[in-house]
Design a protein around this ligand. Structure first.
Ligand SMILES: NC(=O)c1ccc[n+]([C@@H]2O[C@H](COP(=O)([O-])OP(=O)(O)OC[C@H]3O[C@@H](n4cnc5c(N)ncnc54)[C@H](OP(=O)(O)O)[C@@H]3O)[C@@H](O)[C@H]2O)c1
Length: 374
């Protein structure tokens, strides 16, 4: 049995659709029965209500579950209580977060207790981060070296129409410190403080990308040793304006980021949050799917190994990834602890599986032998 918490949202509904298509037994849970009924659209009769801050009620609705799939965000605000309840109810837990600070905090708080209990927690089973984590693993493995000099994961996204949950998560993350991995520790770094020229797959092409805090910084060093791990996002099309912005951002970022963090902790932050919450909840329609490309590069001296993924429909791809992870964990009895997506699946096989399901383009590092994958 799989229980989706936050099932009334856009991502939760798509996960329900994917689980239904895979004929897996699931329940839809959240804080509002009426919204759950609408989201279920006749696909699920097992609807369960509990508030995210009511620990006992959460434990109760998770009690018969093998896996809890959490897609109620912002995770920095409500995620920890769902993790805690899932562990107490003796379930595996996965979520769709893209919030770096939350992923670090769950790893630091729950790794030992999840391992001792023989339960698995895998954060970020979604477009951001599973695809980037798998691509980084594949690129680093192709170097065939004990430790890489650096691993970078760079995103490019176009036509994104973020849901209310995504907007709130971005706002929450903007007020928190970002990290990169440097010589065996996480170092705070301002978003935009580093720039990188990235050759994305078509239709994106070469673009300037700026550093931003994505959770691969937390997950990748656990399976792919590297001196430096950092994540980037493209500024937009390659033109003189974005090139100029790319030059200026690293200078301004260290000054502006603390200011932004302070501003978001004042009433201005509360106003921004209430405005997003009060807005009508719109879901991206079929004509509004976002295009994306992700490039992971691992370097060692002069050698560069790269793995790229590209495609469209970020939310449906995320639902496919969460469904794959939930199915994988349903009968899991050996693993335990807070795992990265590449510790749950062989990275290249997982990339190929999701690429096959969602017609994604993948560019694998040429030196990987298929016999090395399982
Ligand atoms: N990493 C990625 O690539 C990726 C991809 C997709 C989604 N996400 C993340 O997943 C989360 C959900 O996204 P979405 O697109 O589904 O957003 P959404 O459509 O706005 O749905 C948000 C969901 O969270 C629930 N929720 C919000 N606050 C809650 C609270 N205090 N207690 C209990 N439930 C609460 C909502 O319940 P109600 O319906 O009752 O309001 C709803 O079910 C976001 O954090 C988003 O950033 C990440």
């Amino acid at each position: 049995m799989i229980v989706i918490y936050g099932a009334s949202g856009h991502t939760g509904s798509l996960i329900a659709e994917a689980l239904f298509e895979h004929k897996l037994e699931f329940a839809m849970a959240g804080r509002d029965l009426q919204k759950l009924e609408t989201a279920a659209a006749g696909r699920c009769q097992d609807l369960r209500c509990a508030l995210a801050n009511d620990h006992q009620a959460l434990v109760q609705i998770f009690e018969d579950a093998d896996v809890v799939v959490n897609c109620a965000g912002p995770f920095g605000l409500i995620g920890e209580s769902v993790v805690r309840a899932a562990l107490e109810a003796d379930c595996h837990y996965i979520d769709t977060t893209g919030e770096q600070d939350f992923v670090r905090s769950i790893y630091e708080q729950f790794e030992s207790s999840a391992r001792a209990a023989g339960r698995v927690i895998v954060n970020a089973c979604a477009f951001e981060v599973a695809l980037g984590d798998w691509a980084a693993h594949a690129a680093a493995a192709a170097l065939d070296a004990p430790i890489a000099d650096s691993i970078t994961v760079s995103y490019a996204v176009e036509n994104m129409k973020p849901t209310k949950g995504t907007q709130l998560s971005i706002l929450d993350a903007m007020g928190k410190p970002g990290y990169r991995w440097d010589d065996d520790r996480w170092i705070p770094v301002s978003p935009g403080a580093q720039r990188l020229e990235v050759d994305y797959p078509e239709p994106f092409g070469p673009r300037i990308a700026l550093s931003f805090p994505s959770p691969e910084v937390i997950t990748v060093p656990r399976h792919s040793p590297a001196k430096h791990v950092q994540t980037f996002i493209s500024l937009g099309q390659d033109n003189p304006f974005t090139r100029a912005a790319g030059m200026v951002a690293p200078v301004l970022a260290p000054v502006l980021t603390p200011l932004l963090g302070s501003l978001l902790r004042t009433s201005l932050g509360s106003i921004a949050e209430s405005t997003i919450r009060a807005a009508e909840s719109k879901r991206p329609s079929d004509g509004q799917v976002a295009r994306f490309a992700i490039v992971a590069e691992a370097t060692l001296g002069d050698r560069v190994s790269r793995c790229a993924v590209a495609g469209e429909d970020i939310y449906r791809v995320s639902a496919g990834i969460a469904c794959l992870a939930a199915e994988r964990l349903q009968n899991e009895g050996e693993l335990g602890g807070v795992l990265a997506p590449s510790e749950l699946f062989p990275a290249v096989l997982a990339l190929e599986e999701i690429a096959g399901q969602h017609a994604l383009f993948i560019e694998l590092p040429a030196t990987i032998e298929r016999s090395e994958l399982t």
